[in-house]
Design a protein around this ligand. Structure first.
Ligand code: SF4
Length: 183
């Protein structure tokens, strides 16, 4: 049977490949239509995401939905997932090995099935995971980067924008750029 986003999600929910599975309630494979042209990748499920098994459903999810609405994008038309699919204990940052494992097993397959026109990387962990190197967001936010035939738009994570008004302004400007890129 050929793999689909649905069959991948079923496997992700049972995955025990890295230590993060031990303390999860529900894995969070991601959500969105299979023909989505835009893919958003965040960091890791938070407490509420872990409880519901859905991405970006907490406060930062509401913020992301508002940011999308501001540039005329309906959240239901995009695919949203995380760099890792299981909630790290005490909200710690996923370790490099966990990021690499989850990407190789799941994220890369999701990307190759979706074939998105553009991948929006939300925050430095998503950038590290997908581009394979750490970058200073202050220098790269708002840029489109091409790697191995995929196009990435780099910006901040909603939770950082919610905490710091200056970052919020930068992220809002990035989303206006994103709209121009998409047009
Ligand atoms: S974080 Fe990813 S690799 Fe680790 S257990 Fe969860 S689904 Fe598997």
């Amino acid at each position: 049977m050929p793999e689909t986003l649905f069959s991948l999600a079923e496997q992700i929910r049972r995955c025990t490949a890295c230590p993060l599975w031990k303390q999860r309630t529900l894995a969070v494979p991601g959500e969105g239509p299979k023909n989505a042209k835009l893919l958003f990748i965040g960091e890791a499920p938070g407490v509420e995401e872990d409880r519901q098994g859905l991405p970006f459903v907490g406060r930062s999810g509401k913020f992301l939905t508002e940011m999308l609405n501001q540039i005329g994008i309906d959240r239901k038309t995009v695919f949203i997932t995380g760099s890792v699919k299981c909630h790290p204990p005490k909200n710690r940052v996923p370790k490099t090995k966990e990021l690499a494992m989850c990407k190789e097993l799941w994220l890369d397959k999701q990307v190759s099935l979706l074939k998105p026109k553009l991948i929006v990387l939300l925050g430095s962990v998503a950038i590290q995971s997908s581009l394979g190197e750490k970058k200073d967001l202050a220098n790269v936010h708002g840029l489109v980067v091409e790697k191995e035939g995929l196009h990435y738009f780099l910006t901040y994570h909603p939770s950082a924008a919610m905490r710091f008004p200056a970052v919020r302004k930068l992220m809002e400007d990035d989303f206006k750029k994103l709209k121009r890129v998409l047009n």
